[in-house]
Design a protein around this ligand. Structure first.
Ligand code: PLP
Length: 401
């Protein structure tokens, strides 16, 4: 693939930067930055409110953005709720879902590789509603143990909430299998697509997921925008999450009624400028093609694994190139991940080190954390070469064997 760094102004202002932390947040292409700037310069007015041209134009662009996102995952427009981030999308569900769950359902199934955003809200939910949490374990190859999943997803399961792609290992989970298994037991399925949305084409209709959450900032879009997809019939049954302006039908001093979803879930002034610029991010991905992006990342991931493996003392946490996408973790014998990342930073290489918001997973692996490399469209083999050469320097500096 032709070098895509030129699309991203961050590389113009940070000479020689090797950015290997796209799983934390993407860099933004010029087209997205321009879309945000252009909107505030030319079209800004609060949406839904004004009976004047500027507000109508802003509202139209906001609605277009919702439509664009819906199209991207093959959903209907009224199945897309705009939130702040994946975390808020999952919290929205954790504050509203209890009302639609049958009373004989007493268990929630998660996996051992969930990000805190898809674990802590459900711990709180379980406490509030007196449900029990169960976990699909991971195998020694950093995959889910599907035979165990078949045992714990049963008639008692209210819902399964799981990540599509692990933010630590890059493992692509077989969500189709879990969705089919869960639906047979009359359990709902929530998919955390934060780490898959820019790497794997998602068709919610084909997938038959009940809910799916992701963040704009991990897909080249602005910060402050999250997406929650939900099947229309389910969204209609859920009560609102936040209350206030923008989501009401009729208000009196002691009683209010609410409009339909998705607006029912969008109280108050939204991050409408950022939502509108998300359109440019989706267009960027569509223009480049997700298949091309993921093929490029796969090639780089394979190159990275192949070369990292040659370094003595390194341990790689990744299930293999055919079972993962764009992310790998590693540790080096005797080196703390923070020290490794700090020394790599001196070489202008940005990686992530720590528990990656997966503390229980780190405890299970019996390590304080890992170094994580995550890839995007703009990364090159030269970036990986720089990483490999610099790790050799890290080992010398830290006197590792
Ligand atoms: C798998 C996964 N889920 C959820 C999140 C939370 O995303 P956000 O911080 O945008 O809410 C992340 C962020 O890294 C993630 O990797």
């Amino acid at each position: 693939m032709q070098d895509k760094k030129k699309d991203f102004p961050i590389f113009k202002y940070n000479n020689n930067l090797v950015y290997l932390d796209s799983a934390a947040t993407s860099q933004r292409p010029q087209s997205v930055i321009d879309a945000l700037k252009n909107f505030y310069e030319r079209d800004n007015a609060n949406i839904h409110r004004g009976i004047y041209t500027l507000s109508e134009r802003a509202t139209e662009k906001y609605n277009q953005a919702r439509k664009k996102v819906a199209e991207f995952i093959n959903a209907n427009e009224n199945e897309i709720i705009l939130t702040k981030n994946t975390t808020e999308s999952l919290n929205l569900l954790s504050y509203t879902l209890h009302g639609i769950l049958p009373k004989n359902k007493t268990e929630i199934v998660l996996t051992e590789m969930e990000h805190h955003s898809n674990l802590v809200p459900w711990q709180q939910f379980a406490k509030r509603n007196n449900l029990k949490l169960k976990f699909i374990p991971i195998t020694d190859n950093y995959e889910l143990d599907y035979s165990h999943a078949e045992k714990i997803i049963n008639e008692k399961t209210a819902f399964v909430s799981m990540t599509h792609v692990s933010n630590v290992f890059g493992t692509i989970n077989d969500i189709e299998k879990i969705i089919s298994l869960s639906h047979k037991k009359n359990a709902l399925v929530i998919i955390d697509a934060a780490q898959s949305i820019t790497h794997i084409p998602i068709d919610v209709k084909k997938l038959d997921a009940d809910f799916l959450a992701f963040s704009s900032h991990k897909m080249f879009g602005p910060t402050g925008v999250g997406i929650l997809y939900g099947k229309k019939n389910l969204l209609d049954k859920l009560p609102p999450f936040l209350f206030g302006g923008g989501m009401i039908e009729n208000v009196s001093y002691d009683f209010s009624t609410f409009i339909q979803s998705p607006e029912k879930f969008e109280a108050g002034t939204q991050n409408y400028g950022e939502v509108i610029a998300l359109t440019a991010a989706v267009e960027y991905i569509q223009n480049k093609s997700l298949h091309v992006i993921s093929a490029h990342e796969k090639e780089l991931l394979s190159y990275a694994i192949e070369n990292l493996k040659k370094i003595k003392g390194i341990k790689i946490y990744n299930p293999g190139i055919n079972k993962s996408i764009s992310v790998l973790s590693f540790t080096i014998n005797g080196g703390h991940p923070h020290d490794i990342a700090a020394i790599l930073n001196e070489e202008n290489i940005a990686i992530r080190a720590g528990h990656h918001c997966c503390m229980p997973l780190m405890k299970k692996l019996k390590i304080p954390g890992t170094c994580r490399v995550s890839l995007s469209i703009f990364n090159t083999k030269e970036d990986i070469d720089r990483l490999i050469t610099s790790i050799t320097k890290v080992k010398t500096t830290l006197q590792l064997q």
